[in-house]
Design a binder for this molecule. Structure first.
Ligand SMILES: [Zn+2]
Length: 222
């Protein structure tokens, strides 16, 4: 198991990277990382610049928590995702500008660009609206995440998953970039969408995309 203090420090560094990357609006973003016995979650309503490792809240899967701070109001969303998706090690939620703009139109991101496959499928869905911090919202988001690693949330924001925090952060930046591109394209006309056959080819290529292969021994003289 990873050193829990190092995880807390990485969470704070990621919160600040979210600010620098323009993913956060105020203190609206929150993130969680799976640890032994539950998960660590960012506290509610705190300025990210002021956070110290002890401010991260240790949550158990039954919803109880430890530490001096109150957890993010979206603790149930994080808990339900980590419970339902054992391959997920980190969850990042934000009210980033372009993803949220599309989500307020209740539009997901279709296959207008091949990089949509980075979220695991042919589109990024928009989860139906429910009040923040409710079990209903967690259910809607889990449905929208079926076979995916990211979704938008109607009239609310976006969410990205990863096996660890760096991969969740990277995907959140990618989804926000795609949302910005799609929004811009919509200003000019109706973007041309890639068909399912092409997206299937891209998804296949993505299985090895970005991975450095192990050194291959070439035949002598090659
Ligand atoms: Zn939110």
């Amino acid at each position: 198991m990873k050193d829990e203090r190092a995880v807390r420090e990485t969470m704070i560094a990621t919160c600040r990277k979210m600010n620098a990357a323009g993913l956060n609006q105020g203190t609206s973003g929150n993130l969680s990382v799976r640890v032994d016995g539950g998960f660590l979650l960012t506290p509610t309503g705190m300025d990210y610049e002021a956070l110290v490792p002890e401010d991260m809240v240790l949550m158990r899967m039954d919803g109880s928590h430890e530490g001096p701070r109150r957890p993010s109001s979206e603790w149930q969303l994080h808990r339900d995702i980590l419970e339902a998706r054992p391959e997920v090690g980190a969850v990042l939620h934000a009210h980033s500008m372009f993803s949220t703009t599309l989500a307020c139109l209740r539009r997901g991101i279709p296959a207008f660009h091949y990089m949509v496959c980075a979220a695991g499928g042919v589109d990024v869905r928009c989860a139906p609206y429910a009040t923040f911090g409710t079990a209903e919202l967690a259910r809607n988001v889990l449905d929208a995440l079926e076979g995916r690693k990211a979704c938008l949330m109607a009239n609310h924001g976006m969410l990205a998953l990863g096996r660890d925090l760096p991969s969740a952060f990277k995907l959140a930046v990618e989804v926000e970039t795609l949302a910005a591109m799609y929004w811009r394209a919509l200003q000019v006309g109706e973007p041309v969408l890639l068909d399912d056959a092409e997206m299937a080819r891209v998804l296949e290529k993505f299985k090895t995309y970005g991975q450095q292969s192990a050194p291959v021994l070439t035949p002598s003289g090659a």
